[in-house]
Ligand binder design. Sequence first.
Ligand SMILES: [Ca+2]
Ligand SMILES: [Ca+2]
Length: 202
Amino acid sequence: MKFRNLRQLLATAVLSSVLLAGSAKAQFPMGGGFTNFPSEFSIGDTIDISLDIQFPGGMMFDPIDLSLLLTNGTDTIEICSGTVEFVEPGHIVHSFTCNIPDDIILGDYTALLQTPFGTFAMPGGIIMRVLGDHDVNHDGSLNIADLTNLISHIFDGGPAPLPGTSNGDLNCDGSMNIGDVTKLIEHIFQGGTLPCYNGGAN
Ligand SMILES: [Ca+2]
Ligand SMILES: [Ca+2]
């Protein structure tokens, strides 16, 4: 960690003492948070997220690098980052443009903010669900052609689902296998529900 000046060093010391006084699992040690964090989004999405936070200790004027991470307990993915200016002592207001990667695993994620002082969970533990439209062949409809494509991919090495492989994870369990084929059959022929379906295809 590099300290650009004495003020940042002092502020870091204050923040570190706050963290040491808290629990071993660091919670967000600041006021504010994200103001427009979506609860659901889709693979491949680009989303704008605004951050408004107050660091304890107050006196950090030099820009710092921040990253927004998503974790599902197994994988941790950076979706956006930036060098952020302070608008007043200890106070950051910033808008991130974040990209949800095509190959992200569908399901629920906790948002983390990575700072030069540590990585923190958001207040209240923001949970976001990453959805897919399960339009496996990406043609705008969800039908037997998607079933054929999915079976071909799983059992015969055929083309991967689009726009990312996880769009074929219809039961949202993090892998693709016969369970997803069954789920798609149930959905197409029996109106069964899809736990990570965002309604994009029909
Ligand atoms: Ca389709
Ligand atoms: Ca699956």
